[in-house]
Design a protein around this ligand. Structure first.
Ligand SMILES: Cc1cc2nc3c(=O)[nH]c(=O)nc-3n(C[C@H](O)[C@H](O)[C@H](O)COP(=O)(O)O)c2cc1C
Length: 322
């Protein structure tokens, strides 16, 4: 299945693994890329730019296929040396970058000068148009279903994807709520050139998160997520938990980031993934968990999606038009 995205990125299948804090490490990224999709390392999972350099080297030792690095530009409790991370990405010879969060314009000239293809991930057609104007090569458009930062416009994929495709010339990757062949075929029908998946890849054999968390994803339904930080216009879709509910209650009572900050600290979220305690911190997951009922290898998952997508198109869709 060749699309504008497989051609742009030099990959076999039109599937991208979105950047994931604490999850997008060499083990998962190399498994996704080895299976013919695009693995994406998460720059800020590494504590320093030097550590990112080492992680890129480690990933290269595990795959000779293309992989990307995600640079997420968002308000953080501690300042992040973004320029230093960017320079490591460039110096390491990475050829594909996924940017997300705030406008990446400040980093664009350096990426372009290095011949890097930039996929910008955003949640509204307006931001997608802006990304095209500042030189992005593709846009990943993240619907309200997605894990993590959903934005403040609450646009579900069914509207967001075709609305974005209609306004851009560069290829669009559909993101948020994708986990199987039905989603891939639907995304292509909506005009996207591929899909981006986070939650689905978090629940694979090679994903470096604790078995308890993978099992929780399998057991949880589509209603087991909630939105925190809405009151701060930094809405984040996370697993429904007692801790997440306590944050929502604090927001309703008018608490600010000073009070909420300690509860949502990234270090606690990291403990969830490492120790498997779903209440140790806030953890990120999307509504698509309701469609996930196994923990396959990345290769088995990608092969299944591609085989079922082909048969959906050939048998079901072609059959409908005779
Ligand atoms: C555990 C987890 C961590 C994430 N961390 C990031 C991140 O650091 N930067 C980012 O751009 N997106 C992040 N995302 C969002 C994904 O890249 C992707 O856009 C999203 O998961 C798509 O929705 P889906 O989960 O329904 O597939 C994260 C998602 C998950 C599940």
């Amino acid at each position: 299945m060749q699309t504008a995205i497989t051609r742009l990125l030099g990959i076999e299948h039109p599937i991208v693994q979105g950047g994931m804090q604490w999850v997008g490490r060499a083990e998962l990224v190399s498994a996704v890329s080895n299976a013919g999709a695009l693995g994406v390392l998460t720059a800020l999972t590494q504590p320093t730019p030097e550590a990112l350099h080492d992680e890129i080297r480690r990933t290269r030792s595990m795959t000779d296929r293309p992989f990307a690095v995600n640079l997420t530009i968002l308000p953080t409790l501690k300042p992040v040396p973004y320029e230093a991370y960017r320079d490591v990405i460039i110096e390491s010879g990475i050829k594909i970058v996924e940017t997300a969060g705030n406008n990446p314009a400040a980093h664009m000239p350096a990426f372009k000068a290095a011949g890097i293809k930039v996929i910008h991930k955003c949640t509204t057609p307006r931001h997608a148009v802006k990304a095209e104007q500042i030189g992005a090569d593709a846009v990943s458009i993240d619907g309200f279903e997605c894990a993590g930062h959903v934005g403040e416009s609450d646009l579900p994929g069914l509207i967001l994807i075709p609305a974005t495709v209609a306004r851009l010339r560069i290829p669009v990757i559909a993101s948020g709520g994708f986990g199987d062949a039905r989603g891939l075929v639907a995304a292509l029908a909506l005009g996207a050139e591929g899909i981006n998946m986070g939650t689905r890849f978090m629940c694979t054999q090679e994903s470096p998160v604790h078995e308890n968390i993978k099992r929780a994803i399998v057991e949880n339904s589509e209603t087991d997520t909630c939105l925190i930080l809405r009151s701060l216009r930094n809405s984040n879709r996370v697993a429904r938990s007692a801790l997440a509910q306590s944050v929502i209650d604090m927001e309703r009572a008018g608490a600010g980031i000073d009070q909420i900050g300690p509860r949502i600290a990234g270090a606690k979220g990291r403990r969830v993934y490492e120790e498997g305690d779903t209440e140790a911190g806030i953890w990120t997951v999307g509504m698509v968990q309701g469609l996930i009922d196994d923990i396959p290898t990345c290769a088995a998952l990608i092969q299944r999606i591609m085989a079922e997508a082909e048969s959906l198109v050939r048998d079901r869709l072609c059959g409908l038009v005779g």
